[in-house]
Write a protein that binds this ligand. Structure first.
Ligand code: PMV
Length: 371
């Protein structure tokens, strides 16, 4: 599928005003997206668990305006205006204008809130950008359906197309956001063994998944709640001309192939091997780029070592993954909830800033709250 498919046939902005509210979750990558080409096209395929508790709820109110010269919008987080969020949204609007031609016809009020603390080091871009993209797609759907000049065939936007175009738009806001709309596993980026996979949008993982992965748990340990040391835009760009980039991109394809088998036969040891190696490779790429960065903190390493020791002692299948920061996602099967939660409370919480952590698990995607 090509980008052009997402440029709509012309419709009129016949609705004066309205509002939509969506909630959309965050996701945690198992095979990491790190490195992109122009237009947010990923250098390699990635796959993620959609989360359940960590989410953003966004209400988008829109009202017709006189001039169509510029974008016009306000952004509020928990009721407070956030001027600092505007440049990112302005860039997003510029990137998606060709696909949503109504954007300059309306003034938008974007009211957003997260279930997790804003400066917790948990990326809000995936949940935030996907929630906004969903609200914008709801506006497009409403305009198409209200346009009396369109014939019946052109008047409806089917559910599959709605999700696909929303994912396409969300990708242009923040790459990983395109993996947040559905659950429980989402693939983004072309991979030979996954029919329908695309660099343009995320797709639901199309194969059977072994029961071992049902309700998989993710406890997020907040090791460092500070602002990100390296923005993901800067981070992705460090892969241009990186000495190990081409090998890394090949490795991601291989990791995906191995995970397909793992999800089929439920091999948790192999799951651990791939997921931990992917996390450490992401950080290795940062450590070996120019300029170089260390995004892990001493407590990140303490936690990793404690997890490895616990596995050795107990034969548990608990493992870790990391984002581009110091926080640790502790992943484990539902059947181990009790013993791993005890272990986290007794041995790992001491390494979290102010003892803070978030219990989450695999989720099933975004929800329309009202319109
Ligand atoms: O969506 P971005 O541009 O913030 O990039 C996210 C990159 C990682 O979180 C490190 C990996 C991933 O695949 O989510």
């Amino acid at each position: 599928m090509q980008e052009e498919q997402f440029i709509p046939k012309s419709y009129t902005s016949s609705v004066e005003k309205g509002s939509f509210t969506w909630s959309s979750p965050s996701n945690i990558a198992l095979v990491k997206y790190w490195g992109k080409k122009a237009q947010q096209i990923p250098e390699n395929p990635s796959i993620s668990f959609t989360l359940d508790n960590c989410k953003t709820t966004t209400t988008l109110s829109f009202s017709k305006k006189e001039s169509q010269d510029d974008f016009s919008f306000d952004v509020l987080l928990d009721g407070d205006k956030k001027e600092g969020f505007k440049p990112k949204i302005e860039t997003f609007f510029k990137r998606i204008e060709a696909y949503l031609p109504f954007l300059k016809d309306y003034h938008f009020k974007i009211e957003t809130s997260n279930t997790f603390p804003h400066s917790s080091g948990i990326a809000s871009s995936a949940s935030g950008m996907s929630a906004l993209a969903l609200c914008l797609m709801s506006v497009e759907k409403l305009l198409v359906e209200s346009d009396a000049s369109l014939n019946v065939a052109d008047k409806s936007i089917g559910n599959d197309f709605f999700i696909q175009k929303t994912s396409f738009l969300a990708r242009l806001g923040s790459g990983s956001a395109c993996r947040s709309l559905e659950g429980d596993l989402v693939v983004w980026g072309k991979h030979d063994e996954i029919d329908g996979s695309s660099d343009l949008f995320g797709v639901k993982y199309p194969f059977e998944v072994h029961k071992n992965f049902k309700n998989y748990q993710d406890t997020i340990l907040l090791v460092d709640k500070g602002e990100k040391q390296v923005s993901s835009t800067v981070g992705h760009n460090l892969m241009h001309g990186h000495s190990f980039a081409q090998e890394r991109f090949k490795q991601a394809h291989k990791s995906m192939s191995t995970l397909i088998k793992v999800f089929e036969d439920g091999d948790l040891d192999m799951f651990i091997e791939i997921v931990e190696s992917e996390a450490l490779t992401l950080h290795a790429m940062m450590m070996t780029s120019m300029p170089y960065f260390i995004l892990m903190k001493p407590n990140t390493l303490e936690i990793i070592n404690k997890i490895w020791a616990f596995r050795q002692e107990t034969n548990s299948k608990v493992c870790f993954t990391l984002d581009a920061g110091a926080n640790v996602h502790v992943l484990y099967p539902e059947s181990e909830c009790e013993q791993v939660c005890e272990f986290i409370k007794n041995k790992l919480v001491v390494f979290c800033q102010k003892g803070q952590y978030i219990n989450d698990k695999i989720g099933f995607g975004a929800k329309l709250i009202n319109n």
